[in-house]
Write a protein that binds this ligand. Sequence first.
Ligand SMILES: NC(=O)c1ccc[n+]([C@@H]2O[C@H](COP(=O)([O-])OP(=O)(O)OC[C@H]3O[C@@H](n4cnc5c(N)ncnc54)[C@H](OP(=O)(O)O)[C@@H]3O)[C@@H](O)[C@H]2O)c1
Length: 277
Amino acid sequence: MNLAITGPTSGIGEITLQKLIPHFDKVFLLARNADKAAKTIQSLPEDQQSKAEFIHLDLASMDSVVKAVKEIQEKSSQIDVLINNAGGIFHEKTVTDDGFELTFSANHLGHFLLTNKLMPWILKAENPKIINVSSEAHNAANVNFEDLNYEKKSYSAFTSYANVKLFNILFTKSLYEKYAEQGLQAFSLHPGVVKTNFASEAGGIFKVFWVLARPFMITAEQGAETSIFLAKNNIPSSQNGSYFKKSKPAKASKAANSKSMREKLWYNSEKLLAKWL
Ligand SMILES: NC(=O)c1ccc[n+]([C@@H]2O[C@H](COP(=O)([O-])OP(=O)(O)OC[C@H]3O[C@@H](n4cnc5c(N)ncnc54)[C@H](OP(=O)(O)O)[C@@H]3O)[C@@H](O)[C@H]2O)c1
């Protein structure tokens, strides 16, 4: 059994990796920072370290995503579980070299490309699973499909983040619709409000709120529980495609259940990524 996880170098992803590695033969750490990945691997119990392999992946560079997929395919014959965990909120609008707004690229487009390119490898597994780490912030989404990179409207860090967390749920439902018949299970989740490195690049009112809320936040160990639960357990097929909170299916927003929204997201993502897909 092989696992691939994005964002394993910090917070929820690092704990998810630590807890799941004993259950897998091989784990790919898909990370942008080689030094941090090496430290994460060194912090694992000695008998688990040889199972862990760092693959360079920067979700802000689509060439890097394509390269990472090739490397995974050279080093494995299948991926049983893919956890799309990496993400962040960014105060200033940043445009990547590929021309995408950074929040959109790092939280959605990079994972869309990674998942689709890796799909033949995922579908080789007997019980393949894809787990997308979303957020309750999706409730505040306000999406304009005509302006996904904020070229016309002014950029708001929180709205951009809320939108991509909605995209994580819509993407999950689309994966379920497109691939459940081939055995795929896809889940999205809210981890809780978790004390991690998250929001270190935030600013303004959101940053103030986040700093004030820190004493009330749950630990990364608690925040990783739903991802671990979904990766380790047999989930009934009736729950396939669902959004989870506290390891149970939960209600997502009306937009998160909108068929037309998920179709628009898939169409636009494919169009924007045509060069790499
Ligand atoms: N913390 C919360 O309260 C909360 C609530 C709801 C949802 N979430 C979601 O939980 C997930 C994990 O967040 P966290 O709280 O554990 O935050 P974190 O401690 O900041 O970890 C984020 C991870 O994402 C990686 N990452 C960020 N940008 C990347 C890029 N361009 N390419 C590759 N990797 C990148 C980071 O890599 P580096 O180590 O190199 O920075 C890090 O490993 C995110 O999707 C977040 O939206 C968090």
